[in-house]
Design a protein around this ligand. Sequence first.
Ligand SMILES: Cc1cc2nc3c(=O)[nH]c(=O)nc-3n(C[C@H](O)[C@H](O)[C@H](O)COP(=O)(O)OP(=O)(O)OC[C@H]3O[C@@H](n4cnc5c(N)ncnc54)[C@H](O)[C@@H]3O)c2cc1C
Length: 418
Amino acid sequence: MRVSSLREHYDVVVVGGGLVGASFACALGAKAGANPLRILVTEPVAALQASTSFDARSTALSYGSRRIYERLGLWQELSPLATPIKNIHVSDRGHFGAVRIDHANMGVEALGYVAENQHLGVVLTAALDRAPNIDFLCPAVIDELQPRPDGMSVRIQHGEGLPEGITTEITAGLVVLADGGKSILSERLGISGSVTHYGQKAIIANIAFEKSHDNVAFERFTDGGPLAVLPLATQQGDHRGALIWTVEEHEADEILALPEPLFLQQLQERFGYRLGHIEKVGARVAYPLSLAVAREQIRPGLVLLGNVAHTLHPVAGQGLNLALRDSEVLAELLAAAHDEGLSPGAMTVLQRYVDAQRHDQDATIDFSHYMMRLFSSGNPALIWARKFGLFSIDLIPVMKKTFARQAMGLAERRTRRA
Ligand SMILES: Cc1cc2nc3c(=O)[nH]c(=O)nc-3n(C[C@H](O)[C@H](O)[C@H](O)COP(=O)(O)OP(=O)(O)OC[C@H]3O[C@@H](n4cnc5c(N)ncnc54)[C@H](O)[C@@H]3O)c2cc1C
């Protein structure tokens, strides 16, 4: 519930109410037993929906993420505006070979779903508002975290007059840092990370085209970089899709500034005619792409979650999906520790989380990184490898299933859940 005054102490303070912070808080809030954990979520923007997390992008949610939102009781609200992906078509411009993954062969109703981030924001914000054991405060900026023997002290600037608003100092058993890939707080805490710049930007826009997408998600690899068109719900008779077009960094500004007919022409050349003529494009935005992985995910009283822990290339649509799996596991372990009478910020508790998620994180980061390297390269050996790779993935059922399970976010859940 939205608050204007704060308690002196919270069991868990979540810094950042974006896609990951809000989803994690809902997961932890849903664990409320007889003695629920008290949770605070803080967000700098005046209304959570105005967070950059809930901008004009769309997100491909894996089938595994659907199941997570189902367990949180949020899927019913999300599903009416989430477009099912029934098939995935992966191809390489100018080369033979394509992987076609069909939901029926995988025994699921859909391989994944495309949700508009703004809609995710509305649903998550409403869920935070309803949860009796979650306080959320916005606008509010955490400007200092200081370790204490039993957690963290947290200094918060809040109130409408930000940046010169009210300053309040509270304590927390655990601070969950979910303030995104440009986290100033992790920098101030001296948490370093490895960063690989891909020298690319993703141009995002909604597009309309001539033919129905028939719930197919297209992933196409071109010499400039990967290009994806994800199916969106038809609007006012327009067949719509979410475009994620990876281009070389130096080309991005020029492509963004192209008049609409020229933009559509260049896009058509790269994408081909699977959806007929591409007719319209909405507002275009470019995001620089890099892989960033924090060297520390936990300290006493602190855990990093979402983009601040690992920012992935969006080519494989794994960033949020991985963070949702992390969030669910962390929430489960914190609730269990609370029942055992352990502090949520105790290293024994946080180490259990790191141990539980290490393999999934490593595998997902590698999957995204190598997909991106393989499919952006003009190197003849790699072109041959991806041609052969796509061809063999399509022909060999075991490879196809493994590839699809990773893309669906189910690969690492087999051992944890039926
Ligand atoms: C073009 C593109 C396409 C993508 N497509 C997909 C996809 O299809 N599937 C997928 O799984 N992933 C996808 N991703 C990745 C996904 O968007 C990210 O994984 C996700 O946004 C991470 O969310 P986050 O909450 O960690 O960070 P953010 O979205 O950056 O949110 C951080 C939040 O913290 C707040 N904040 C910042 N500083 C402070 C502070 N000091 N105090 C309090 N709050 C603060 C911000 O206002 C914001 O609300 C894509 C990413 C991009 C760029």
